[in-house]
Design a protein around this ligand. Structure first.
Ligand code: ZN
Length: 189
């Protein structure tokens, strides 16, 4: 049986008892290749934490306390999710991206509901670019590039924000924040 590592807790910006909250507000460190043992451990923690969640589409290293430019993403073709994510067209198998960046391919933005493990009990309808191109690297240093539309584009923008010290709530005024419970009633997961 593999040795089970203890996983870090989520860093939550609006939890006053969370001591390392500033990790969410500073640009994360660039990852250099080849990855050292400590950075590979962060990748392992990111994936294990992601795997623990049901219906988790993405997570970024600062959310579990590591100031490193690493995110994990997965978008599956799921009929239940597509009921409320009507722009879920592009899918992505579970992937860890290192040093990701993106560029908008259009001026067009659409708003849709977002919530986040790092912002307790708040949700909001957040405008994001509808189509982007992206660039990132795998853990072994191979370059990844592509284009993304709709929900996948939204997810990449949300997760990349995390490694730039930004949160989804920064995109809308506070009076537009809504309690997450209200969103669940609307069928959001
Ligand atoms: Zn988030």
């Amino acid at each position: 049986m593999p040795f089970k590592e203890e996983l870090p807790n989520y860093v939550v910006i609006n939890d006053p008892f969370c001591e390392n909250r500033d990790v969410l507000r500073k640009p994360a460190e660039e990852v250099t290749f080849p990855l050292d043992g400590a950075t590979l451990k962060i990748a392992r923690h990111l994936e294990s934490k992601f795997d623990q969640e049901e219906n988790c589409a993405g997570l970024a290293a600062p959310q579990i306390g590591y100031s490193k430019r690493m995110i994990i993403l997965e978008v599956i073709d799921d009929e239940d999710i597509k009921k409320f994510r009507i722009d879920l067209t592009d899918t992505l198998p579970k992937s860890i991206w290192v040093n990701p960046t993106w560029t908008a391919l259009t001026d067009e933005k659409t708003s849709d509901w977002e919530a986040c493990f790092s912002v307790g009990e708040v949700a909001g309808s957040i405008p994001r670019f509808t189509e982007i191109s992206y660039e990132a690297w795998t853990l072994t240093g191979e370059k990844i590039e592509g284009r993304a539309k709709g929900f996948l584009a939204r997810l990449i923008q949300h997760e990349t924000d995390h490694i730039n010290g930004k949160l989804f709530i920064d995109h809308i005024p506070e009076e537009k924040w809504v309690p997450r419970g209200e969103l669940r009633q609307k069928g959001e997961r």
